[in-house]
Every structure is written in structure tokens, then in C-alpha cells.
Write a protein that binds this ligand. Sequence first.
Ligand code: MF3
Ligand code: CO
Ligand code: CO
Length: 279
Amino acid sequence: MLLFLSHTYQVTMSSLVTDPADLEKMRTACQTAAAILDYLTPHVQPGVTTGELDKLCMDYIAQHDIKSATVGYAPPGYTPFPASICTSVNHVICHGIPGDKVLKHGDIMNIDVTIIQDGWFGDTSRMFYIGEPSILARRLTETTFECMWLGIDQVRPGATLGDVGHAIQKHAEKQGFSVVREYCGHGVGRKFHQDPQVLHYGKPGTGVRLEPGMIFTIEPMINAGRKEIRTLADGWTVVTRDHSLSAQWEHAVLVTDTGYEVLTVSEGMPRPPAFIAGA
Ligand code: MF3
Ligand code: CO
Ligand code: CO
């Protein structure tokens, strides 16, 4: 989501999810979002259009007892988003609108899906290769995946969001890549976008201190070139200003008493990198 500057955030009891029945509903919504990405995966092929992938997701949603969180979604200053997924191809950073674009061999694409199930929001995204990616596209995609997991691995009570952002930024920049600043992760639960804002850069020990029951996304957007962005005339599509490739992965995580629980899990999700304990 878009980062708001001059922003204050007080952790309130009501923003913490600790009721076991609520948590179970949130798990279910998050797992459904992940299952939709599993469902779309075999359809992501050269020759397929991004609009066809959206149609598949729309049909899946219609056949299950869920709603799209993105169809008609219109934050202040935006026109309603028209689709059930965001499809962000190559130099598109995020919020790509599905349409007639035909996927071709060598493209990389993020698919981001958010659904509402029983009043709870499930939000997750993954990268996809269309055919064989270039060496750079693969390195960017894999590094961004590692960035997301390094951020997740910081999550525990007493850690701060600055620890999360720092872990992500350090790894991205070590590879010569840059972190998008204008968009961030977000609290999620009974609402789509809520506090806290989860920046993908920062300084250790700064920012919001984590407590059990917080739920937020970690969704780094990493550019192969410079960090600057541009928004297209459609009002949604965000691209790299220098037209370099961009990648993004997104999970929703719960802060537990001892660490974290990744909520947006599914059979088909890519496994965590080997450096994650217990992976
Ligand atoms: N799912 C995106 C996120 O991770 C938000 C997409 S809003 C849309 O926050 F309207 F562009 F779909
Ligand atoms: Co999100
Ligand atoms: Co998302």
C-alpha cells in the first residue's frame, strides 16, 4: 500500500488478534488467497493474457464463498480497481491492471491476490517466470524472495519494524538492487490496509515494537536499477522510472509469543530459503 508520511500509530488492544476463533478465520482467509495462487500457477504460460488469469480468479471466487477485496477498491484519490488480481510484469513494480497483455517467454510477473472470507482479508503475492528468465531476472526474483524471508525472520515480540526493514534493505543493496520507498507492507485482518505501515528499509531498533497478536504483510518491492518510481496515466500501475526490472513477494504474518506464524501458506507455495530455521 501507499506510504503515508507524517503518520502516527498507537498499538491498541483492538488491533491485536488474540481470540482463537478470530485467528482461525484469518488463517482460513489467508490460506484461501494462497490457494488461489496455487490454482493460477499452471495457467501462467507464454501466450496467456493477464486478463485471462484475472477471469480464472474471478471464476474461482464466484465458485467459493468469498469476495474479491480489490474489485472496486478505491482508496482516496484512486479510481476503482477493476480486477481480482494485480499483474505486474517486468518493469511494473505493483498494481498492474490485468488486460489484453500477452505473456511472452522471458517475462517475470507478480500476481497479487486479496480476498475477503467470513469478514477477514487474505493478501499474498508471488513471482512467476514465463518460460526461462534471464540471469538478471532470476537473480532479482530470488533475491527479493530472500529479502521477504529475511524480513519475516526478524518477527518476534520485542523486535521492531525497523529490524524488519533493515534486514530487507541490507540484502537487496548488497546485491546491487534498490528498495522501493513509496509502497509498504501493512496491517491486515478485518480490514485490507491498516496500521502498522511496514517499510522495507530502515534502521535496527527503530519504529513500532512488535507484540503477539499483530498481523501484517511483508511485501518488498525490489528494483534491479534505481529506486525511483512513476505512476502511469491509468492512476494505478506503478513502474520503475528507469524501466529496470522489479520483483515483489508478499506473505501475511502473525506475531506469536515466540516468533512468527506465516498465515498465507498453501501446498504449492515456494518453500522458505534454507537459511530459515526449521525450513
Ligand atoms: N494487494 C495489494 C497489497 O498488497 C493491494 C492491491 S490494491 C489494488 O497491498 F487495488 F491494486 F488491487
Ligand atoms: Co498487501
Ligand atoms: Co497484496
